[in-house]
Design a protein around this ligand. Structure first.
Ligand SMILES: Cc1cc2nc3c(=O)[nH]c(=O)nc-3n(C[C@H](O)[C@H](O)[C@H](O)COP(=O)(O)OP(=O)(O)OC[C@H]3O[C@@H](n4cnc5c(N)ncnc54)[C@H](O)[C@@H]3O)c2cc1C
Length: 285
């Protein structure tokens, strides 16, 4: 088997998404269509020179599998991380017509039970990307299937791919259930307010997602949310083999000691909280 290597691809579009994120569409020339054939849930590794340094990062493919065959392109969604080198460069500097080095699709997050009738996704923030690809491909490829997405964000305005989600809901009437859990925007129903934590997962399972109805579950988001959601689903009786998780580990953070990593994550959260307070004052003023 050939050793995977980087290929130069042209950026065909950059579309702004919520919270400063961007959807980056890459054109796949005929000679590379087989090389870039992907299973929904897989990721691409992108490499670019940022401030004179070669930096590589992984980003999950967010489009349905059919996009490659029909439009000869693949798409990733990049959300800028506070202080992050590559994500901020991509969100502000990368433009249509640029060339970027990309490794072929990789990763094992994805469908394991091809005949599952009801798939469920739990996502927070940018964790939507691989689940969006799995969801859109499931609905398109299996007319008898349905999908439930539980998606956590601060407010509706920060929901990545909200328009795409609405389009899917309209196209696959009655087959896609969207459950938005918002932490900083008032919701009419208590169940939809707050964070995706153990209590929330228990309450959602009890009210909306009977354990026996979930044929396959996909979880992607912050580390703590993944661990809690998985543990709570196991405790509720969902078999381990039916739960799949994807972690967006940053190589920069992974290289730090556990103490440094905790401090870096806490500092990032504090900065974000501060930013939100300022934003609220401006909007309310
Ligand atoms: C399989 C996989 C799929 C992924 N898919 C996606 C996706 O679809 N969308 C997406 O947006 N992301 C995704 N990611 C995450 C992505 O790969 C990057 O990790 C992310 O964009 C951050 O990269 P960066 O270069 O911007 O940040 P980095 O420069 O790597 O920094 C990360 C964080 O560490 C902090 N930091 C850096 N150095 C230090 C230091 N010395 N001390 C303390 N703190 C420090 C920074 O402030 C920042 O908050 C995925 C990751 C994996 C592994």
């Amino acid at each position: 088997m050939a050793i995977p290597r980087f290929h130069d691809l042209t950026v065909s579009r950059i579309n702004p998404e919520a919270a400063g994120a961007v959807a980056v569409t890459l054109a796949i020339p005929p000679a590379l269509r087989e090389t870039f054939a992907f299973d929904p849930g897989q990721f691409l590794t992108l490499r670019a020179d940022v401030n004179g340094e070669s930096v590589r990062r992984s980003y999950s493919i967010c489009c349905p599998r059919s996009r490659l065959a029909q439009a000869h392109e693949v798409q990733v969604g990049i959300r800028p991380m506070d202080g992050g080198v590559f994500s901020n460069w991509a969100a502000t500097q990368l433009k249509a017509g640029d060339t970027i080095s990309v490794m072929p699709p990789d990763g094992r997050f994805g469908v394991r039970r091809p005949h599952a009738l009801h798939r469920v996704g739990f996502a927070v923030g940018s964790g939507i990307t691989p689940i969006l690809s799995i969801m859109a491909s499931t609905l398109e490829e299996h007319p008898e299937s349905r999908f439930t997405l539980v998606y956590g964000n601060r407010r509706m305005a920060s929901v990545m791919f909200n328009e795409t989600l609405q389009d899917l809901k309209d196209r696959y009437t009655g087959r896609l259930t969207l459950i938005h859990i918002l932490s900083r925007q008032a919701q009419e129903v208590d169940l939809l307010q707050g964070h995706i934590d153990a209590d929330k997962v228990r309450a959602i399972v009890k009210a909306l997602l009977p354990v026996g109805s979930m044929d396959e579950v996909f979880i992607c988001g912050p580390e703590a949310m993944i661990d809690t959601t998985e543990a709570t689903l196991l405790e509720a009786g969902v078999p381990q083999r039916q739960i799949h998780t994807e972690r967006f580990t940053s190589p920069t953070l992974a290289a730090l000691s556990p103490v440094e990593r905790r401090a870096a994550v806490a500092a990032g959260q504090q900065k974000t909280e501060g930013g939100n307070i300022t934003l609220t004052v401006v909007l309310d003023g």
